[in-house]
Design a protein around this ligand. Structure first.
Ligand code: UD2
Length: 285
C-alpha cells in the first residue's frame, strides 16, 4: 500500500518550487454551506486523484500535506467541507491527501485519539511533512489562509461565524491546527484519554507550550471561518473528567499520547476524494 502511494508521490526533479503564495489567491471567497451530493463535488474536481490526492503539475510543492478530518456520522458536513476546501487547496498549489478518520459506534467519541490515528496511518501510506487536523464543520472564508506548516504549530481560526467571528476564549486551540511531522512527534501527539466532548484541545495546547513551542494564529481577516450548524452528536456527551485531566496534561505528556495510541483499523477505503480509515477504539484499554 505504502509503495503504491510512494510511487504516486515521487517528485519530478526538473521543476521549480511552487510559489509560497500562489498568484491565484484573491482573499475573501464565497462559502457554500448548503447540502451537496458527493457526485457533484467529484465532478467539480477531476484533477483530484483517487484517495483524495492532488499534486500540481507545473511546479514542485514545498511539502506534502496530510489533511486529517475526524468524522463520525457527519457525512453531509464532509461533503460540504470538501466542496469548499478542495478548491482552496488546489488554488494554493499544494501537494495534499485528504484522510477521513471515522470511529466505530457505539463507543464514545475521542477526537484526540482520532488525530493520533490520522497521523500514524497517514505515515504508513506516504511521507507527509505537514499535518493539518481539521474539524469537519469549519469552512475557510479567505483563500490567503495558507494550508501550510511553519516553525511553530499554528491555530488557523481567529474568528468563527457561530461565535460572531470571534473565539470562545483567548487560548482556544480547536477547529483547525497544523503541525510538522516533527512537531507532532515531539509533543507526543494528542492525549488518548478524552472520551466525549471537551478538553482535548486545551490539553494539546498545554503539550505544545510545555515542549517550548510558541503558538501561531492567523490574523482576523485571514483566519475567518464559517461553521455548519448542528445539534450535539450522540455518543459525544460532555466529559466530566475533562477539567481534572487538563490539569495533569504536562505530567502525562510523555507517558501517553502518540506513543501509546491503541486502536484497530476496521477498514481502509480509497474513495475518489478522500482516503477513509475506520477505527475501533477500546475504551477500557
Ligand atoms: C467542542 C469544544 C472543544 C472540543 C470539541 C470536541 C468549544 C469551543 N469547543 O467543539 O473544546 O472539546 O468540542 O469534543 O467548546 N465529530 C464527529 N462526530 C461526532 C462528534 C464530533 O465527526 O459525533 C468531529 C467533527 O469533525 C467535529 C469535531 O469532531 O467538527 C468537533 O466536534 P463538535 O463540532 O461537536 O465540537 P465543538 O465545535 O462544539
Amino acid at each position: 500500500q505504502k509503495q503504491q502511494h510512494e510511487k504516486q508521490q515521487q517528485q519530478p526533479s526538473n521543476k521549480t518550487f511552487c510559489p509560497k503564495k500562489s498568484k491565484q489567491l484573491v482573499g475573501t471567497i464565497q462559502t457554500y454551506l448548503d447540502p451537496v451530493n458527493i457526485s457533484t463535488v467529484e465532478s467539480k474536481y477531476p484533477e483530484v486523484r483517487k484517495g483524495g490526492n492532488f499534486r500540481p503539475k507545473e511546479c514542485t510543492a514545498r511539502e506534502r500535506l496530510a489533511v486529517i478530518i475526524p468524522c463520525r456520522n457527519r457525512t453531509q458536513h464532509l461533503h460540504i467541507l470538501l466542496n469548499n476546501l478542495l478548491r482552496l487547496l488546489i488554488k494554493q498549489r499544494l501537494d495534499f491527501t485528504i484522510f477521513v478518520i471515522d470511529q466505530d459506534l457505539p463507543t464514545t467519541f475521542n477526537r484526540g485519539m482520532l488525530f493520533n490515528v490520522g497521523y500514524l496511518e497517514a505515515l504508513k501510506r506516504g511521507s507527509y511533512d505537514c499535518f493539518i487536523f481539521h474539524d469537519v464543520d469549519m469552512i475557510p472564508t479567505n483563500d490567503k489562509c495558507l494550508y501550510r506548516c511553519t516553525h511553530n504549530p499554528r491555530h488557523f481560526l481567529s474568528g468563527v461565524s457561530k461565535w460572531k467571528y470571534r473565539l470562545p476564549y483567548k487560548s482556544y486551540f480547536g477547529g483547525v491546527v497544523s503541525f510538522t511531522r516533527d512537531q507532532y512527534r515531539k509533543i507526543n501527539g494528542d492525549s488518548n484519554l478524552y472520551f466525549g466532548w471537551g478538553g482535548e484541545d486545551d490539553d494539546l495546547r498545554a503539550r505544545i507550550l510545555h515542549k517550548g513551542y510558541s503558538l501561531l494564529r492567523y490574523p482576523q481577516s485571514i483566519g475567518r471561518y464559517d461553521t455548519i450548524s448542528h445539534q450535539r452528536d450522540s455518543g459525544n456527551k460532555a466529559n466530566p473528567a475533562r477539567f481534572k485531566l487538563v490539569k495533569s496534561a504536562k505530567a502525562r505528556q510523555d507517558l501517553e499520547g502518540l506513543n501509546t495510541a491503541r486502536y484497530t483499523v476496521t477498514s481502509s477505503v480509497t474513495r475518489r476524494l478522500y482516503t477513509k480509515i475506520q477505527v475501533y477504539i477500546n475504551m477500557t484499554e
